[in-house]
Design a protein. Sequence first.
Length: 232
Amino acid sequence: MNLLFLVEGATTEYQIYRAWLLHLLPNLKFVARPEDNTNSSCRIIIGGGYPSIFSRIESCLADIKKFGNIDYFFICLDSEEETYQDRYDEVNDKLETLKVKVGIEQSQTTKFHIIIQNCCMETWFLGNAEIPLKSSTENRSRKFLAFKDHYNVLVDDPEMMTDHPPSHSYRTKAKFHKAYLNEYLRGFGLGYIQSNPTIIAEKEYLEALIERCRSTNHLSSLKYLLDIWDEM
């Protein structure tokens, strides 16, 4: 089984997908070149942000056609200010157009999956509700308490959090979600840096997110990805 991932960001997405895959598929080997996808391997390509990621889809499809060695191709990006469905449809339309352009046959055995992080990866990370139960440190800031009073991600679906508190202003929904995550983790003695998301990459953190998906109907865009991985 060989995997190809095209991810939007150069730091968080690359590191998190790589770490999570190794937790769930410990025998997976990561490779740098398309010709090296031979046996139980994975190649992760950085898309360079949105909308630059679209220009990388074509080259990925060309590699898939040329080498014929990819079983699953994942295209992963944030929905940001768009709805989940609007972003999905945008990517799917582009993918189908490029498949025709490159000449990907209907008989192609590669399975294509579009993963929309709704609204961003940090939204998924807010789904770990076990941190307060396991931490001996609690120093919640006024900002965190304001966020929690506005929308409590410990009990409500982080993906349904659409706006920020009136007392705080953020240019985009994603920026608010990232700020919320920072305050949440900091309040329990944990740190989060997008360029080095060490705590999120840990197996225990992933397991907490898996449990949230299994025990609730929350984080549906993450559950979609986890279900695919379970079936592989």
